[in-house]
Design a protein around this ligand. Sequence first.
Ligand code: SF4
Length: 437
Amino acid sequence: MKWSNQKPPGLDNIFDRHQRPHAIGGDPVVLVDGAAHLTLANAISDSNAESSGLYVHIPFCPSRCLSCDHLALVEHDGAVIDNYLEVLASEMMLMAQASHTPIKVDRLHIGGGSPNYLEDIQLAKLMASIHSAFEITADAEISMEINPRRTSRAQFELLQGLGIRNLHLEVRDVDSNVQNELGRTQSFSLLEDVYGMARDMNFDSVTMDFLFGLPGQTSSSVKDSVSMIAELAPDVLLCQQYTRRPHQFPHQAAIDEGAMPSLAAKLAIFNSVVVGLENRGYVWVGLNAFVKQGHPLAVAQQNRTLEYNTFGYSAVKSAQTLGAGIGSVSEIEDVVAQNYIDVDAWKIAVQQGHLATQFLVETTEFELARRSVMRSLMCNVSVPVSSLVTPKVAELVDSLESQGYTEREGGFVYLTSLGRLALPHFWSDSSPRFRWL
Ligand code: SF4
């Protein structure tokens, strides 16, 4: 099996969207439909879901990291951010009005950008507008992405007061050479302080992200980074692969292409992550998450009930997820809809009084079957043979098997060790734009 030519045999032709955004362009996965907003509004109206997940996107950051592949806007004018929050409040109200009953939210994630770049008053307004539009259940899991360089104890106190109990720290890598290549300085001692503060203040959980395939990374540097992070003991470490895409993110042109690890090196780097974390007692969940023993995600995987949706891995099946803010994705039954990415287009849609949906992800029988099989393999590392009823999907799985990525036993198709190490390179991505839905 040759990986060194940047093209592992077969996989790229099978399930890969490595070079194509899942919902930004590139047929046949995406449909651009002038009435897309009506499709989403009807899906909300027809939904009988008892509760919903809600993702809210706050794109603002104080500066742009060279590696950034998120939907982020550098903004220093508070009035512009205020205006975004006002439109966001209207958008969430439109979602609420599309439903015939109050929408109960049992899982809320505020992502970015750097949501904690907002001023205290803006954070309070944001939470107030979420509560105005939706009924947040008493036991809702509420989390926020945190830029460790922009936080403080006072901010954490505010977040707790606003009901945020789970933090997702944006780390990328703690190696100083890698950070230099990324144009992003975030010392380990700063991360230690922020993490210590979160633990000291009894937040329910702390998740960190770690990227593999960054410029300057080697399997040896990653071994050290993983060891330092594991010492802190976050509840969850999400490991996403990184790809330099200057044609999509022009600022990434400043990253030295020569410093990017080859695909073969990335395979070794990810292996180093797996070995390092498993040796420190972490459980490898799904394709690319590592959790502490006994964590609900580990239990769900063991019970083959782990789910994957627009939030990522979940121990509990979300009947539906709604997305508010630019680029956000909603998923209700078979309807997967993405908001305008362009902030002006998003605002105009909302100001015209309709949902800001730009794209619908295609939901042919084949795409639905493929998504279901992929999610099952991603979450539970297996899929029942009996579920491979769509001939084209069965052919794809046969192809995986013939190349050693899967094998059959006892009525299930399982990922092999090679498959489990290989697929995170194609089905995980540090850029939400390139992640599978
Ligand atoms: S990498 Fe994170 S902190 Fe840096 S610009 Fe992008 S969203 Fe902002």
